[in-house]
Design a protein around this ligand. Structure first.
Ligand code: BJ8
Length: 440
């Protein structure tokens, strides 16, 4: 079905249907150009292509059907949201639109120009009423990870209900205790929305669903990057699948990711790669890629490189840890386990954040990568400042790194491509030299 068929639904939830249709057709066009033209895509991508066509249609209808049964719908811009509780309540937890430059001019009527584009884009979507996910949500989950987000919630709350969770910036015992309390409060907020108490079994069931989804993404991650001679899927498709994991129904999504992984498994066995032999293998580190932010991946993969992993919140940081449900017999222990899992997230909002650096070095070695790109959104102070510590550690290990700071505009695409090209040339040169010396 096309978006046209959902016009009545979209207008009933307050979407500006005309503007929304224009935006969607531009988005679908850009998707077609950047994704469908790739050679030798796995057959399993057909589902994700279909999902893209229904992203603001059938999926929105599904979410609104849940809401009509008094199930919660929660939108978020951050992976600290305890989605296990929402899914346990039978509801939907999803990422909100925040990756397009088209809504930024509107946002700048209320927000300063010099803050991160993700926040401005997201705020603009609400002001324009062009994100059907925002319009479908009972509330937006906000957190206190960075200054710009924290203050934006106060303004956004005037247009849409926001529940703010206080995320500590250190991980001392007293901080973790507070974190558990915040999770408990979040659970109570969900109970208010649905008008009933949640049982431990329901929450454990939601956790199993999300653990399985993260398992499937870990499997995809390994298939993308752990076989040095084969890259069975493009980085762009890998990123897109991960992005869709923040929107799709988690049970269906897990099944589709696993199906695709079966196909990739075969490709690895048969050495079917989507890139030519010796294409430089790159890992991307840093801030999240909210759809339709495909700028860096398109620049790299159209210039002769392959991205095999994203050390990002739309990536490895999201799925690397699961919630341990072993011997969880009461709510207290359950909340504690959720907190333990979430406190392993190594967002740059924490100080110190050294486990992130150790993890990056390990990921680099495990995946036999040729180089890394440290990507940060403009004006993201935490990731921008942390770049210094990360690049210093990389340098010490002799790991080639390119730092790119960018926003959502198309203005710097040429410049990014030129810098990536030069970086890839130097990597190709190093690769040849290593081969000559007989080292991989
Ligand atoms: S856990 S990375 S999703 S906060 S909004 S911090 S880019 S200036 S998104 Fe994030 Fe959660 Fe951390 Fe991940 Fe910077 Fe922009 Fe802030 Fe951002």
């Amino acid at each position: 079905m096309g978006i046209e068929e959902y016009k009545d639904l979209l207008s009933s939830i307050g979407v500006d249907v005309e503007k929304h249709a224009k935006m969607m057709s531009a988005g679908l066009e850009s998707y077609k150009k950047q994704f469908l033209s790739q050679p030798n895509r796995p057959k399993g991508m057909e589902y994700f292509d279909w999902f893209m066509s229904e992203i603001q249609g059938e999926r929105i209808a599904e979410i609104n059907r849940l809401r009509s049964q008094k199930k919660p719908a929660v939108g978020t811009f951050c992976i600290f949201v305890p989605e296990e509780i929402i899914v346990g309540a039978g509801g939907a937890c999803y990422g909100l639109c925040g990756g397009s430059p088209a809504t930024i001019p509107d946002a700048e009527s209320e927000l300063p120009r010099n803050i991160c584009p993700l926040i401005k884009s997201a705020h603009g979507f609400k002001l324009q009423r062009t994100c059907a996910y925002t319009q479908s949500s009972d509330f937006i989950y906000g957190e206190t990870t960075c200054e710009a987000k924290k203050k934006t919630w106060e303004i956004l709350n005037k247009h849409h209900p926001v529940h703010v969770m206080n995320i500590p910036h250190m991980k001392r015992e007293k901080d973790l205790k507070m974190w558990s309390e915040e999770i408990r409060e979040f659970k109570e907020h969900i109970e208010e929305v649905i008008g009933k108490k949640l049982t431990l079994e329901e929450m454990k069931n939601g956790t199993k669903i999300i653990n399985e989804k993260r398992d499937a993404l870990q499997r995809l991650d390994a298939l993308r990057g752990m076989n040095p001679d084969v890259i069975p899927i493009s980085g762009k498709d890998g990123l897109f699948i991960t992005q869709m994991g923040f929107l799709d129904d988690p049970v269906r999504y897990t099944q589709k990711v696993n199906q695709l992984c079966d196909e990739l498994d075969e490709r690895v066995k048969n050495k079917i790669s989507v890139f030519e032999k010796d294409t430089p293998r790159l890992m991307v580190l840093g801030t999240p890629f909210a759809p339709p932010n495909w700028k860096l991946h398109t620049a790299v993969e159209s210039t002769g490189g392959a991205i095999i992993n994203e050390e990002s919140c739309i990536g490895h940081r999201y799925y690397k840890d699961n919630v341990d449900l072993e011997n969880v017999e009461d709510e207290e222990t359950f909340i504690e386990r959720l907190m333990q899992r979430y406190s392993k997230v190594d967002c740059a909002c924490f100080t110190p954040n050294t486990p992130r650096i150790d993890k990056i070095l390990k990921m680099y070695k495990d995946r036999q990568v040729d180089g890394v790109i440290y990507y940060t959104l403009s004006f993201c102070h935490t990731y921008n400042v942390e770049a210094h510590l990360v690049t210093q550690a990389l340098e010490k290990e002799g790991i080639p790194c390119l730092v790119i700071e960018s926003d959502y505009s198309a203005e710097d695409i040429g410049q990014i491509k030129t810098r990536v090209e030069a970086f890839l040339e130097s990597l190709a040169f190093k690769k040849k030299a290593k081969k000559f010396k007989g080292i991989r």
